[in-house]
Design a protein around this ligand. Structure first.
Ligand code: HAM
Length: 420
């Protein structure tokens, strides 16, 4: 039996690659002062139908639970985060800088860069409306990707503003209640032929709104509210990572102001990350009781991993990290089977000191045991043999050897580790 389409098995090598991504995400977010939170994997379907909107609603993994409640596996974090913060808003000092690395489920057509299950780094700032918060969030996006070994040659943050698009739509006589439909059309305009965009725009019934006028705005739009964000990022030395690009509007319904997406420069991949301001969502979520400006982004693991595979510097950085994640520090070679119980006692003592220790579970040829030690990446092999209660220690990389009393082995290994 195979996995379901769009789902992945994580064999140890895959899991190590995934851990590299999740660990790098966590370290970067913490370095920027974000704290980790999480929520439930299963939520009421209504949460997404009402709050996410757009394409996402058609992509829900939803069903009735045994109590006939309509539920969905989480496809994104933002509605959960907004619900959590709105419920206990007073308990937290503002601004909140929170991050999470959840697994999500979306019923999309599996293809390059898209699965039906994936991980995301989510980072959000709540309770701050100043442009400095937008810059702080985008600086994190950039730094995370730099941590993977990418440079401004590899990716770009494309920055846009829904406020600017709102003004454009209102200026053309577009009614506010059809704004969301208009955003969905602009969101796709880059990917479909202009005739199709014209057709979709005609459906809005706003005279003068054409693919040409939309594309002209994309070309000529002024920086407007984006200017202070760009200035802040330039002051951090990150200006080369960001560009204004009004082709971005984002597909989700809750965005209100600045929005952005991150793409590889070669434009081979789908978006690496996307986010923006959603200043009205907490208000909506709390039926008007809580009013907190908010902004955030999500960065998926699948596109990111494709890009790591494609960029040599990023690949080397990952390989170096993986090489350091050896499965064990010490492999205990049992050369004299009658000393097995003494050997397992020694394994326990070494593990109690925090060392990663492995050994053969049944009688095994000594040569095979040394092979296993090499395969596991052990630094040291300890041979329990005829010299017991002394043991022979072999440093596998240099072939150095020493004979040490078993009772002093843990200290000997520690001292060696400290000196190395
Ligand atoms: P999103 O644009 O739907 O935004 O997703 C963000 C990123 O998640 C995408 O750029 C992509 O890397 C990844 N992603 C999305 N769907 C899939 C998929 N089916 N397979 C693989 N990767 C995928 C959001 O989810 C917003 N909630 C982000 C946000 C947080 N906005 C504010 N705070």
């Amino acid at each position: 039996m195979k996995t379901l389409p769009g789902f992945r098995d994580f064999y140890p090598g895959d899991c190590a690659r995934r851990n590299y991504i999740l660990t790098t995400w966590r370290e970067a977010a913490r370095r920027h002062g974000f704290v980790e939170y999480d929520g439930p994997v299963l939520e009421s379907s209504e949460l997404y139908q009402k709050k996410s909107g757009g394409e996402l609603v058609g992509q829900l993994f939803d069903f009735l639970d045994k109590g006939d409640r309509p539920v969905a596996l989480r496809p994104e974090m933002t509605p959960t985060l907004a619900r959590m913060v709105a419920a206990r808003e007073r308990d937290f000092k503002k601004p909140l800088k929170w991050f999470s690395v959840p697994q999500f489920f979306r019923y999309e057509k599996p293809q390059r860069g898209r699965g039906r299950e994936f991980y995301q780094l989510n980072a959000d700032i709540l309770g701050e409306s100043a442009a400095s918060a937008d810059a702080e969030l985008i600086a994190l996006v950039v730094d995370v990707l730099r941590d993977f070994g990418f440079t401004e040659q590899d990716f770009v943050v494309r920055l846009s503003s829904r406020t600017a698009w709102q003004k454009f739509f209102a200026g053309a006589g577009g009614p506010a209640d059809r704004e969301d439909e208009f955003f969905q059309i602009v969101d796709k305009a880059e990917r479909i032929p202009p005739e199709k965009t014209d057709e979709a725009l005609a459906g809005l019934g706003v005279a003068g709104l054409t693919a040409e006028s939309v594309l002209a705005f994309v070309r000529d739009g002024e920086p407007g509210e984006l200017a202070p964000v760009l200035e802040n990022l330039k002051a951090r030395g990150l200006g080369d990572y960001v560009e204004i690009d009004y082709a971005i509007v984002r597909g989700l319904a809750y965005y209100t102001g600045i929005v952005f997406e991150v793409f590889d420069r070669s434009k081979k991949e789908r978006a690496l990350a996307g986010g923006g301001r959603y200043d009205r969502l907490l208000h909506l979520m709390s039926d008007g009781k809580v009013d907190l400006p908010a902004l955030g982004f999500g960065m998926g693991d699948i596109v990111l991993e494709n890009l790591i595979d494609d960029v040599p510097a990023a690949r080397e950085r990952r390989d170096a990290w993986m090489a350091k994640q050896r499965a064990c520090d010490v492999y205990l070679v049992i050369a004299k089977e009658t000393e097995r119980l003494a050997a397992v006692a020694l394994v326990q003592t070494l593990r109690d000191t925090g060392l990663r220790v492995d050994f053969p579970l049944t009688e095994t040829k000594v040569g095979k045991q040394f092979q296993a030690a090499e395969q596991l990446g052990a630094e040291v092999a300890v041979v329990v043999g005829d010299e017991w209660p002394e043991v022979k220690v072999k440093i596998l990389a240099t072939r150095e050897e020493a004979t040490v009393p078993n009772s002093g082995l843990a200290d000997w290994l520690r001292t060696r580790q400290k000196e190395a």
